[in-house]
Write a protein that binds this ligand. Structure first.
Ligand SMILES: Cc1ncc(COP(=O)(O)O)c(C=O)c1O
Length: 312
């Protein structure tokens, strides 16, 4: 049964009660002739419906971190991201609703007027600062972090993309919310934190597939393994990353992907976020069409975020 919970129920004082969280997020079965032909079932785990502002994997990754920041006595969150980062927007919103100051360290130079994504973060109270691309690459180095502390004082640091051990533990809560029995669960991958968590939350016999939205070698495998070791102390070995559906790389797309999104919207009345979710869904449908899943397999696709075209 869906329920709407107030953030206050999580022990985090909300500055205002405007943030409704829909948890557990709904699970719906997708009816699609392509799945019928493959003899498989596909459920959607609608994490995009958790909240409009701290949506999808953003909520999963942030909530244990917010609780930790609070219990460690922090009043400021600091994080990193590009000028269109949804993680930056989510941290700004988290600061606003849970009573933290927030600082966004943005890659590259300031461009005025601010784009819609950064304007939204500023409206939510985030203070922005910029790091040139060379320093940005070294953003986790102690000298860069202490330089930021010298400027801004004490803060709770959230990594770029939000993937740390507490974020992984938040994502590990996703499988436990799915009442339907399933064999395989799929999610898009950027830093790999969401996959690391989801896989850590599976039962024996279940497995996870992450679809990389970035182009490159098998760079995500060691990242996911390291995130699991830091979060749950073990590499669960029940997951894999598929690198074949990046469509040119991060924030790149092809006409084929655009057509797939339009077709999916027409069939299912759901607009897929093209940077992450659509690439996973294209991958799932392609693997199904290629009979990569045994007939009778039940799959879950985690809808990790929503399409917000005006903010991309
Ligand atoms: C909607 C959406 N899905 C998936 C991801 C990828 O998650 P991760 O970086 O944990 O692999 C992101 C980025 O955080 C995202 O915004």
């Amino acid at each position: 049964m869906d329920r709407v919970i107030e953030p206050i129920a999580l022990g985090l004082p909300a500055r205002q009660t405007g943030l409704d969280l829909r948890l557990p997020s709904p699970v719906t079965e997708l009816s699609d002739d392509r799945l019928d032909r493959a003899g498989i079932r596909l459920y959607l785990k609608r994490d995009d419906l958790i909240s409009t502002e701290i949506t999808g994997n953003k909520w999963r990754k942030l909530h244990h971190n917010l609780a930790a920041a609070r219990s460690l006595g922090h009043d400021t969150l600091l994080t990193f991201g590009g000028a269109y980062s949804s993680h930056i927007r989510a941290v700004a919103a988290a600061g606003h609703y849970f009573g933290f100051a927030s600082i966004g360290v943005i890659r590259g130079e300031e461009h005025l007027p601010l784009n819609a994504s950064l304007s939204h973060a500023v409206e939510r109270g985030m203070r922005l600062t910029y790091l040139d691309r060379t320093s940005y690459r070294r953003k986790s180095d102690p000298d860069v972090v202490s330089g930021l502390e010298a400027r801004f004082g004490r803060f709770y640091l959230l990594p770029e993309g939000g993937s740390n051990a507490l974020a992984v533990r938040g994502c590990a809560e996703i499988p436990g919310e799915i009442a339907a029995s399933f064999d395989v669960i799929c999610c898009p991958c950027g830093t790999g934190g969401t996959l690391a968590g989801i896989a850590a939350g599976l039962k024996p016999g279940q497995r996870a597939i992450g679809f990389s939205v970035l182009k490159g070698g098998r760079f995500l495998d060691p990242e996911v393994e390291a995130l699991q070791r830091s979060a749950v102390g073990a590499w669960t070995q029940n997951w894999s990353v598929d690198y074949d559906f990046h469509f040119g790389g991060y924030a790149r797309r092809t006409a084929e992907l655009t057509d797939f999104i339009a077709d999916f919207e027409q069939r299912h009345d759901l607009t897929l976020d093209w940077v992450y979710v659509a690439k996973m869904m294209f991958g799932v449908m392609t693997l199904a069409g290629n009979k990569e899943f045994e007939p009778g397999t039940s799959l879950v696709a985690v809808i990790t975020g929503s399409a917000v075209p005006e903010l991309r």
